[in-house]
Design a protein around this ligand. Structure first.
Ligand SMILES: N[C@@H](CCC(=O)N[C@@H](CS)C(=O)NCC(=O)O)C(=O)O
Length: 203
């Protein structure tokens, strides 16, 4: 196994899926969290000027989804069949688009009240609901999003909609199959332990 360092802010944000994958795979790594005040200096040393970055034996790998996909391969969370792997990617892309819309709100300068309003009036109806409907229908005949085996798509599903289930469980009631996967992933011993012991950050 290469030596891995995941560099990001002290937030869940775009690094948390990779942290879950690393936890699931029991893969050792250094979880390097940059404090905001140190960022301007650190940024100069990162060639994309953005985080997350995964250092793999000293070589940088930027882009959160490329990082997560690479780690998912190491953790056995990517289907071997190329088409199934691509279908799995399509779920991850769709769900990370939803998360991206969420980041626009949570990392904005809006007040907490305004953020709640944006969530209720824009994020949930326009982005989350269509994704929930699509995932619910996909899950109606199978155990996991990409078939009979857990994949990294299930982890991001649980990450994105677990946050909704925790804050507004009633919104998830029409989606029992999605909720089932959300909870099943969070109940896996390695993921459960990570959730319980990870630094407590709101986003
Ligand atoms: N497409 C990139 C986006 C990376 C990104 O925008 N990172 C933000 C944090 S979530 C960042 O580095 N912001 C600090 C800056 O731009 O100076 C990815 O998915 O990794």
């Amino acid at each position: 196994m290469p030596e891995l360092t995941l560099i990001y802010f002290n937030q869940k944000g775009r690094a948390e899926l990779s942290r879950w994958i690393l936890a699931y795979g029991g893969i050792p790594y250094t979880d390097e969290r940059i404090e905001k005040e140190d960022w301007p200096e650190k940024k100069k040393a990162i060639y994309t000027g953005k985080v997350p970055v995964l250092m793999v034996d000293g070589e940088p790998l930027p882009e959160s989804k490329a990082i997560a996909r690479y780690l998912a391969r190491l953790a056995g969370l990517v289907p071997e069949d190329p088409f199934k792997a691509a279908v799995c990617d399509s779920f991850v892309d769709a769900l990370s688009d939803v998360a991206g819309e969420g980041y626009k709100i949570v990392f904005s300068s809006l007040s907490e009240e305004e953020k709640k309003k944006e969530f209720k009036e824009k994020l949930f109806p326009n982005f989350m609901k269509p994704a929930l409907e699509r995932m619910e229908s996909k899950l109606s005949g199978q155990e996991w999003l990409c078939g009979d085996k857990i994949s990294w798509a299930d982890l991001i599903l649980s990450l994105v909609f677990g946050a909704v289930h925790k804050r507004k469980p009633e919104l998830m009631e029409p989606y029992p199959a999605v909720t089932g996967v959300v909870l099943k992933v969070r109940d896996l011993p390695a993921i459960k332990q990570w959730i319980e012991t990870a630094p407590d950050t709101p986003y």
